[in-house]
Design a protein around this ligand. Structure first.
Ligand SMILES: Nc1ncnc2c1ncn2[C@@H]1O[C@H](COP(=O)(O)OP(=O)(O)O)[C@@H](O)[C@H]1O
Ligand SMILES: [Mg+2]
Length: 242
């Protein structure tokens, strides 16, 4: 379980997180929504220990992330995949080399084993044919799949998805949503998904929380949230939302 308790964080002169409480139990996809600049990515960066809270605690399976040393952080990041916006691939490495990177860094597997594991994950995301292509020559949807493969290659228990469908058309987005659901159901991965998209939230999510002024303004199951009268829920999940 991922748990944030009373997390405060100031960046520059702005109080970004102001007592954020958030709990993501194992096995679910939790969707975190909120306006641009409200601190969604900042929240994810606290969970992998890139940022430390000014006050409050971030716990992963009961362990305090801010108190971890380098070795413990490395171990945490192995258990926690991170899907960056646009996949964040390295352009001069092929798709399979990109996907292999976390295993090169975090495991003692042989080159051969690393390649086999990377190919197996590429198959999971439907990208085996593109293994030897380079990121500049593949589509946005394929980049995202490759980024997801890289997030999954260490067989993490958690995946943090930062705007997994930004810039993708509705058809490709839908395929990505289906993959995210599959990752939960077939691989048993717990997900924390940051998105603006109502389609992504309702298709992939079990619970939805909306950030407002540095805290969760409103939270509930997908069914509760789509039926909500609360202005925040209406803004992100109501009739006019996309
Ligand atoms: N390293 C940083 N230094 C100063 N300000 C930052 C830093 N990282 C993020 N911010 C600011 O924090 C706010 C929240 O950022 P972010 O979490 O990226 O928003 P979003 O909800 O769109 O993901 C933004 O106003 C951003 O400019
Ligand atoms: Mg962001």
């Amino acid at each position: 379980m991922i748990e944030l308790r009373g997390v405060h964080k100031q960046l520059g002169d702005r109080q970004i997180l102001a007592g954020l409480d958030l709990a993501v139990p194992k096995g679910m996809n939790y969707v975190l929504m909120g306006p641009s600049g409200s601190g969604k990515s900042v929240t994810l960066r606290h969970i992998i220990g890139i940022l430390r809270p000014d006050a409050g605690t971030v716990l992963v399976d009961g362990q305090n992330v801010a108190a971890m040393d380098r070795t413990q952080l490395m171990a945490l990041r192995k258990r926690m995949g991170y899907l960056f916006q646009n996949g964040a691939l390295i352009n001069w490495l092929s798709v399979v080399e990109n996907v292999s990177l976390p295993l090169r860094e975090h495991s003692r597997l042989s080159r051969h084993e690393v390649h086999d594991r990377a190919m197996a994950v590429l198959k999971t995301v439907g990208l085996e044919q593109a293994a030897d292509q380079f990121p500049p020559s593949i589509s946005g949807g394929m980049k995202l799949r490759a980024g997801l493969a890289r997030a999954l290659v260490t067989q993490p228990e958690y995946v943090l998805y930062d705007e997994p469908n930004a810039g993708l058309d509705p058809i490709i987005s839908r395929q990505i949503h289906e993959l995210i659901v599959e990752v939960r159901d077939r691989l048993g991965v717990t997900g924390l998904i940051v998105t603006h998209s109502r389609a992504c939230a309702t298709h992939c999510g079990d619970r939805i929380g909306i950030l407002d002024q540095g805290r969760i303004g409103i939270e509930g199951t997908v069914a509760e949230m789509t039926a909500q009268d609360h202005p925040l829920a209406k803004a992100f999940l109501g009739g006019g939302a996309d």
